[in-house]
Design a protein around this ligand. Structure first.
Ligand code: FPP
Length: 261
């Protein structure tokens, strides 16, 4: 993922109606289930339904890229049974939803470490990416076995290998060089990151790409996430002024002697 969206750069950092790239930390499945006396798995299962809703809404409102944090590199610390359930849910999601995603012109991608995943799961991810590679309506990025520090570590190793083999001059490395060796270098950086469940942390998600993202934290638990919550996050985003390290709109107009100074 590289740079900021063209639209954002072209008008000097004013807010935009629709973010080009939204990333979601889908948190609170376990608490949703526990509050109802249900097993945690039921929370994850209902979480997949909320994910389906979110994909549909993102397509409706014209978001180009939706990235969801489905399994982090730290989630391996969970009980073996819960890990197996989450792996099973991803497989089920790809198997059951792939045809519909493809029909709806959605491109499916995955970021995260793949080499250590079970071969059948890796195969399914590759199949989904291959089948949908030419789709253009929206890109759904599933962050699976993903951790930003792991992504950056793998990227740094790749640059170090190129430097050692003589192909890369360390002095020529720029931030774009680093972006270009991350897991999805062709996608724009997230404009908006939503986290549900009331927690206010990034939890090792897109650390590099989130440099200028807007954050919206919602108290809703992920299985309950619906259109009203998505609309609330988009409305909050519209009200933000994005400066990308520059000055705000009023100051800029004042500096050039324009109206409103
Ligand atoms: C956080 O809830 C959620 C996750 C760790 C995984 C998110 C997974 C899904 C929405 C379903 C799986 C979808 C796919 C495509 C695999 P939590 O368990 O941390 O909740 P808690 O903080 O309340 O315990």
């Amino acid at each position: 993922m590289t740079g900021t969206s063209q639209a954002v750069q072209s008008d000097g950092g004013l807010s935009h109606d629709v973010p080009r790239h939204v990333a979601i930390i889908m948190d609170g499945n376990g608490r949703w289930a526990t509050a109802r006396g249900l097993p945690r798995f039921e929370g994850h299962r209902r979480g997949v339904e909320a994910l389906r809703r979110a994909v549909r809404i993102a397509g409706d409102v014209g978001i180009d890229v939706l990235t969801v944090y489905a399994f982090s590199s730290e989630n391996w610390k969970r009980p073996q049974s819960e890990i197996a359930e989450l792996m099973g849910l991803l497989k089920l999601f790809v198997r059951r939803d792939l045809a519909e995603l493809h029909r709806n012109n959605v491109r499916v991608r995955s970021i995260g470490e793949r080499q250590t995943l079970a071969p059948d799961l890796r195969g399914l991810i590759e199949e989904a990416e291959h089948l949908t590679r030419a789709n253009t309506k929206m890109t759904l990025v599933i962050a699976f076995n993903y951790g930003a520090r792991d992504e950056l570590t793998r990227a740094m190793r790749q640059l170090a290998r190129s430097a050692l083999s003589g192909g890369l001059d360390p002095e020529s490395i720029t931030d774009q060089t680093i972006s270009s060796v991350l897991d999805a270098p062709d996608l724009p950086d997230p404009d908006l990151i939503i986290r549900t469940s009331g927690e206010q942390r990034l939890s090792n998600f897109l650390l590099w790409q989130a440099a200028y993202a807007e954050f919206v934290f919602l108290p809703v638990l992920w299985p309950d996430f619906d259109r009203a919550h998505f609309d609330e996050a988009l409305a909050a985003y519209r009200n933000r002024e994005r400066r990308f390290g520059g000055v705000d709109r009023e100051e800029k107009l004042a500096a050039v002697g324009g109206a409103g100074g």
